[in-house]
Design a protein around this ligand. Structure first.
Ligand code: DGI
Ligand code: FE
Ligand code: FE
Length: 401
């Protein structure tokens, strides 16, 4: 049995790792391949903000799932102290007596392997397979391989193939800028976003694709319109347009669920519906949407809160909350209703007045249909009315019927 072994920080595992393993697997046809995340890499300490081992292991498992015969191994994560390769190989040698161990490394590692802990053990227990990290150093690599064969009796195979240029450092720096997805597998990217590892924020095109499948097809246009309006309002009022877009994309993500569906989501996320929500389950999608967006897409607090309050509003909303509350009500595809044009206009000139009028309009609408008014809607309206009064500003006159 031949076992291909690939150790590393996998912080995060990316397509460069996968390509290296695929190159090696194609050349060596191993029976099994093990990806082994290091607990404490001895030569390169993990940078600050590195996800806990549980996360790195979970990501490595997802990456391994892309390669036939490949699995993630926790033997280094379960071991205390520096994660020395020599110790790992000794352990694997005991676990798989008689197996041929092939240790995969980049050319940069081959040049430094003599400085590792117990290099003679490494080279006695495993054959080394080396993939290119850069071009132009082939001569140096061959010289080093010859040297290791001579000095340690090492078996060294230099693999043919394009150099792998992806680096974890680069991926980590792209993720907070809503970039970097192209260097990761879909599963690993989804995991990183769900847990917001590395300060990652989702690429909005990816988020749209994922969020729209949760919607009734007829609602997609409304959500697109809400996103455009939220961006415009964010630009007008100095909020982050991409955060506003993210909240808007997700704001109705559970709207499709009927009463039973809403109650199931409530159960799942420990949401206790209040009596108004039980009477009119339409109100619940704000709470369930916030919980779903946080759990499935890692929506951080301020974004989840904007979703939470988008239907009723609340007193003293954050800027992002006001933006999503208004964008939902005035986006370009909204069917005309009394006061719509007045709210649209005010949203770009006086945010307090716009929120007050929007809440007032909901109060009118709910009353006219004989529905129970949610106290949060009433409180929103009262708060912003008072705020206008305190400023000495008049509320916008009602222009509808
Ligand atoms: O989800 P959308 O349709 O895009 O918009 P939304 O989240 O603002 O939901 C609007 C619905 O919520 C609308 O049918 C009116 C209802 N609504 C908003 N505030 C209240 C309310 N219903 C009641 N009963 N009480 C409220 O205070
Ligand atoms: Fe909604
Ligand atoms: Fe909406």
């Amino acid at each position: 049995m031949r076992i291909l072994i690939y150790g590393g920080s996998f912080n995060p595992p990316h397509l460069g790792h996968i390509r290296s393993v695929q190159t090696a697997a194609a050349a060596l046809a191993p029976d099994r391949t093990l990806l082994i995340p290091a607990n404490f890499p001895p030569h390169k300490p993990l940078p600050e903000g590195t996800p806990v081992p549980l996360h790195r292991f979970a990501m490595t498992k997802l990456a391994a799932g892309e390669i036939p015969g490949c699995e993630a191994s926790e033997i280094e994560l379960c071991r205390e102290g520096p994660s020395y390769t020599a110790d790992t190989l000794r352990q694997l040698h005991e676990m798989y007596p008689g197996a041929e161990l092939v240790f995969l490394m980049g050319t940069d590692m081959l040049l430094t392997v003599e400085g590792w802990y117990a290099p003679e053990v490494i080279m006695a227990l495993a054959r080394l397979a080396v993939f290119a990290r850069e071009t132009g150093r082939e001569g140096e690599i061959e010289t080093q391989a010859a040297r290791l064969r001579e000095r340690y009796g090492a078996s060294v195979t230099v693999l043919a193939g394009q150099p792998v240029t992806v680096s974890s450092t680069e991926v980590r720096s792209l993720l907070p800028r809503r970039q970097g997805r192209e260097y990761l597998t879909e599963d690993v990217y989804g995991y990183i976003i769900r847990h917001r590892l590395y300060g990652a924020k989702p690429e909005l095109a990816w988020l749209r694709e994922r969020a729209y499948v949760c919607l009734k097809p007829t609602r997609v246009e409304h959500v697109r319109g809400t996103e455009a309006m939220a961006r415009a309002l964010a630009e007008r009022w100095g909020a982050d347009p991409e955060d506003a877009a993210e909240a808007a994309i997700l704001h109705d993500c559970t709207k499709k669920a009927d009463r039973d569906g809403q109650l199931r989501i409530c159960e799942k996320y420990d949401i206790i519906p209040d009596k108004w929500e039980l009477e009119n389950e339409e109100l619940l999608h704000a709470k369930t949407g916030a919980a779903f967006a946080a759990a499935e897409f890692g929506a951080p607090g301020p974004i989840a809160d904007a979703i939470r309050w988008h239907t009723t509003g609340r007193p003293d909303m954050t800027l992002l909350e006001q933006i999503v509350f208004l964008a939902d009500a005035i986006e370009e595809h909204r069917k005309p209703y009394p006061a719509l044009e007045a709210i649209r206009k005010a949203a770009f000139s006086d945010l307090d007045a716009a929120v007050e009028l929007c809440a007032r309009r909901t109060v009118e609408y709910v009353r006219s249909r004989g529905l129970p008014l949610h106290p949060d809607t009433a409180r929103t309206r009262e708060f912003y009315l008072k705020k206008l009064e305190d400023r000495g500003a008049a509320p916008i006159p009602w222009d509808g019927p």
